[in-house]
Design a protein around this ligand. Structure first.
Ligand code: PLP
Length: 392
């Protein structure tokens, strides 16, 4: 016998994967230059040269048994110290190396945090639009997953709906800023209001309500502030990833930050470590830990993402498309002309323009564009967007 839920998750491809595979199948037929694939979020800027240099240096300078050996489950102290020092210098905070648990990217880190918070009957709330994998991660961990409807059109947080959904069973609220899929960055005002609401509710229910901050896009912001969430709300757990910031998605490296000053902070850290252990975590990739020890202060060069972002935002709004201001990440979330994003995405697909409908992100009526693509593809695709809106 096979676990039915696991089978369902494995047997059904996501809509994003379907579109991506469709694009690949069309390229040899219509020519790759005539496929406009905005489906998948694979970084299109190379890792900073210092990252590749660090890999070469480590392989040359260090004993290979050390480079490739197991590390402690929480990760090398050098890497955790470098991360802590960098955050302290940037945000004027006082994190400590022992508050960091290195993991294999945000996805498994979120799973560990959810498992650590999964008490019988426990719920986690997230805000639409949201990264679709949150649902299987939370449900497999044993939490009830609930979605707060979107704050349209700005995609900050609809506080009255959030407040109404928090109950005595709420273990955590999960946020993602800069956001996939909206590209929106939560303002300091939004985060401050969120912190105040959670403090009030935690006091009312007599137990902590954690804020889980999923931050793979923290470094991808275009001229706006991305506040450090634990400095605003004490009971914050950060899941960070170098997948996008250093363009290392295949290398699987990131960290969980659990402040020791958070409610039950030390026990929570132990529970995150224990949950990771229970899910088969041994250690984060050792070579990558050594890279982070040397490169924690590096930031991406965002020039080409920014050029893409402006070309699309300006080009599409001039045609009449509506979207929230995309200040971060590498996504635009656009209102579907005619209101039906699935129908619109189907029509676009007939023209080999691949757009992801927002239903899976908890926000029907919108579609997502992932602009980590070539600038030339954007230019070639603009007339197709124009034709589509004119047909509506
Ligand atoms: N969270 C969000 C919002 C994402 O968009 C992604 C990946 O695209 C992840 C988590 C998982 O990233 P990672 O590669 O760090 O596991």
């Amino acid at each position: 016998m096979i676990n039915e839920k696991a089978y369902g998750l494995g047997a059904n491809r996501s809509c994003i994967r379907e579109l991506f595979e469709y694009g690949r199948s069309r390229a040899p037929i219509v020519g790759p230059e005539n496929v406009f694939d905005y489906s998948i979020g694979n970084p299109s800027i190379p890792s900073p040269p210092q990252v590749n240099q660090a890999i070469r240096d480590i392989l040359t300078d260090m004993d290979s048994l050390l480079v490739h050996g197991y590390t402690s489950a929480a990760g090398d102290l050098e890497a955790r110290t470098a991360i802590s020092d960098d955050l302290n210098a940037r945000y004027g905070v006082s994190t400590k190396p022992e508050e960091f648990f290195l993991g294999c990217g945000a996805a498994p880190e979120l799973v560990s945090v959810f498992r650590a918070l999964a008490v019988p009957g426990g719920e986690i709330l997230t805000i639409a639009p949201y990264f679709p994998e949150y649902k299987p991660f939370a449900e497999e961990a044993g939490l009830t997953f609930r979605v707060v409807p979107p704050d349209i059109p700005g995609f900050q947080i609809d506080f009255s709906r959030l407040e109404a959904m928090i109950t005595a069973r709420t273990q955590a609220v999960l946020i993602n800023t800069p956001n996939n899929p909206s590209g929106v960055v939560y303002t300091r005002e939004t985060l401050t209001a969120l912190g105040a609401l959670l403090e009030k509710k935690a006091a009312a229910y007599g137990h902590p309500i954690y804020l889980v901050s999923d931050e793979p896009y923290r470094e991808l912001a275009y001229g706006v502030e991305v506040p450090f969430v634990p400095a605003i709300y004490r009971d914050t757990i950060v899941c960070y990833s170098y997948s996008k910031s250093l363009s290392l998605p295949g290398e699987r490296i990131g960290y969980v930050y659990v402040p020791s000053g958070a409610a039950d902070g030390k026990a929570l850290y132990a529970a995150v470590a224990g949950a990771a252990r229970g899910a088969g975590h041994v250690c984060a990739p050792s070579l990558m830990q050594k890279v982070i020890a040397r490169c924690a202060r590096l930031r991406p060069d965002l020039e080409s993402y920014d050029r893409n972002r402006r070309a699309l935002y300006e080009g599409l709004t001039a045609m009449g498309y509506e979207m929230a201001k995309p200040d971060g990440a590498f996504y635009l979330f656009i209102k579907a002309p005619g209101g039906d994003a699935n129908a619109f995405s189907k029509k676009a697909k007939q023209k080999d323009l691949l757009l992801v409908p927002g239903d899976g992100f908890g926000c029907p009526g919108y579609f997502r564009i992932c602009y980590c693509v070539s600038y030339d593809m954007i230019q070639r695709s603009l007339p197709v967007f124009r034709a589509l809106i004119e047909e509506n």
